[in-house]
Design a protein around this ligand. Sequence first.
Ligand code: GDP
Ligand code: ZN
Length: 352
Amino acid sequence: MTKRKLTQNQKRRIHSNNVKALDRHHRRVKKEIDWQEEMLGDTQDGVVVTRYSIHADVENSQGEIFRCNLRRTLANVVVGDHVVWRRGHEKLQGISGVIEAIKPRENEIARPDYYDGLKVMASNIDRIIIVSSVLPALSLNIIDRYLVICENANIPAVILLNKVDLLTDEQWREAEEQLEIYRKIGYETLMISAISGKNMEKLTALLADGTSIFVGQSGVGKSSLINYILPEVNAQTGEISETSGLGQHTTTSSRLYHLPQGGNLIDSPGIREFGLWHLEPAQITNGYREFQYFLGTCKFRDCKHIDDPGCALREAVELGKIHPVRFDNYHRLISSREENKSQRHFMEQDIR
Ligand code: GDP
Ligand code: ZN
């Protein structure tokens, strides 16, 4: 153990300087184009379908894709962003144009970043598909963690239970009961199998509208489901890395795919699993939709909803209006958040 540890601020500063230096280096090495007014056509609308480290692929209304630079003044451009961009009269060093502005986002998903605080990963999402499975075992606590994020980001959630091909009839009924907790409070749920294809047509129908994103612990079957829905994903990924000629790792970039039956799918390794520690207790409380009706009617304003007298939430649990599992998970989330905060750990470590 060294005696003199760097403070968090020092670490951040060093990291930030490194990132800047690396950025300058990239721009020099790649001889980044200095797009001048006369080199560019009119502004037009587009959607960011892939984000790389210093470029982004923008799709125009005809479905054509153009690799673009980003104006330095721009905030973090993410997949799903609606942008204003300009096409160059000529393609320069494989780059077709430049993104000038990001249109206001309808919503965004951010994940905690050790150095930068919150980092936005994707935007303009219509639904989050929370994938759980029977192996690793169904964890309602983890589902609740994701639901809290969905509720706070104001994005509808669908809960999938994958690998149901492994269930006996008895286990199937038990799983149904657990999902029922969520159906009762208005979430759509689906028991599914990427292997047997059970209920896949229902998932496909669900995805046919708007932009969806899959999240869930590793091993629950997200890639298998995505490959089932979009067999070309792998092929496409390979093709892009070949033609880009920029040697970028497409596997780590976030991408938006168009599904054959309509609708879009955003796939980003960075958001498949994401954390909770940045949420304030009030946000965790807001993340439980069936609590909202009772909140504010506790006897004490600073009620912790534990064994405080006159707690309206506890009464609701006793009356069967709030499911005890959800109430327990709520307290577990609040207390695990306290631990995470002090250790500055992320949920990814925490849930494994
Ligand atoms: P990811 O980490 O969430 O992307 O999970 P993967 O798609 O890589 O799947 C993890 C493992 O679960 C793999 O061995 C898959 O073959 C397996 N798996 C995925 N879906 C199913 C399913 O529906 N049933 C069964 N029995 N296994 C599955
Ligand atoms: Zn209370």
